[in-house]
Write a protein that binds this ligand. Structure first.
Ligand code: NDP
Length: 316
């Protein structure tokens, strides 16, 4: 049950690069945005170590510091940043309608526009050793962390386009990349498979799964299992890249907003507009292809501009 109702112009759900960039632009357009951070303030970047590919940080920056910078910049223009989780949404179908979003089950926000930037979460296998060594050699982002494994041996788990892309990216930096593919064939597109097969320092182990990540505080190797013969063997590596897909954080919008077959929100053309007037989506929640901080920030900017134009059209 809601005990308080607050009326605002622009609500932003999610606090990764897309959410904070939307906030910066919305605030500067005088939309007085309120951003709810979700349970992981700062988003996925707070789980990586060094970010070396975000323009403007010539010496690199750690993900948490970078997201603090995003937050500070949003607050400088009077964005209200609040810790809290959207738990229910009731979106109006009419142009100019009011959208209701419940926060933490007990507070209702009535917003003229809503920008959804709830991101996506990398899937992991669920092994105890994998969880323990996250940040100590286990990663779900080769673009973010691959650089630290230059000249070393790594493994990539997965057989889709992401795994193929990460493996070929890593092969340029690393001495050797071993891909663990659980079936006897890859899911990746033929073009990506071709690229994988033509990479000299990349070996594919078919019918093979990750059984255990070895090492106490940093990765020292992996134990793999052939799922046909049940034979296990160890491989010495310093990096383990899990690339078995991402899950967009869209549970809340099921049956309400249009999604593709994997749950990513669908936006219209080159805009951030969803199928509902006044509801926009930015960042990884609507992008399964690029998934970079800088592209998420770019769509966050677009969402704020789309929201501003939507409100301006209502007034004219
Ligand atoms: P996918 O769902 O396509 O592939 C996931 C892969 O991980 C599959 O090969 C799957 O194996 C494997 N996997 C899942 N769970 C496990 C597990 N427990 N143990 C071992 N392996 C596992 O995800 P992607 O992230 O690769 O791609 C998502 C979408 O994004 C796709 O549509 C893809 O085409 C697109 N994409 C496009 C790119 C491009 O065009 N440049 C780049 C990256 C992604 P199995 O095959 O056996 O199910």
């Amino acid at each position: 049950m809601s005990d308080t109702i607050e009326k605002i112009k622009c609500l932003i759900i999610g606090s990764g690069p897309a959410g904070y960039t939307a906030a910066i632009y919305a605030a500067r357009a005088d939309l007085k945005p309120v951003i709810y951070t979700g349970m992981e303030p700062g988003g996925q970047l707070t789980t990586t170590t060094e970010v070396d590919n975000y323009p403007g940080y010539p010496d690199g920056v750690d993900g948490t510091t970078m997201m603090e910078d995003f937050k500070k910049q949003a607050e400088r223009f009077d964005t209200e940043v609040r810790f809290g989780l959207a738990t229910k949404v009731e979106f109006d179908d009419t142009v100019g309608g009011t959208h209701k979003v419940t926060i933490d089950g007990n507070k209702t926000i009535e917003a003229e526009t809503v920008i959804i930037s709830t991101g996506a979460t990398a899937k992991y296998l669920g092994l105890e050793s994998e969880e323990r060594l996250k940040g100590g050699g286990v990663s779900a982002c080769a673009t973010c962390d691959g650089f630290f494994y230059r000249g070393q041996d790594v493994i990539v788990v997965g057989a889709g386009d992401t795994a193929a892309e990460e493996a070929t990216f890593l092969a340029k930096l690393c001495k050797k990349v071993t891909m663990l593919v659980r079936r006897d064939e890859m899911r990746a597109s033929k073009a990506m498979q071709h690229r994988v097969n033509n990479t000299k320092n990349l070996e594919i182990l078919f019918n093979t799964e990750l059984d255990e990540v070895l090492g106490d505080t940093v990765v020292e190797g992996v134990r793999v299992i052939n799922n046909q013969t049940q034979e296990k063997h160890d491989i010495a590596v310093t990096g383990v890249f899990i690339a078995i897909g991402h899950k967009p954080n869209t549970e809340l919008f099921k049956g309400i907003l249009d999604m593709d077959e994997t749950g990513y929100l669908i936006t219209q053309g080159k805009s951030t507009k969803t199928g509902k007037p006044g509801i926009f989506a930015a960042g990884d929640v609507q992008d399964k292809e690029y998934r970079q901080a800088v592209t998420a920030a770019g769509t966050g900017c677009m969402a704020a501009l789309d929201a501003e134009r939507y409100l301006a059209a209502l007034e004219s």
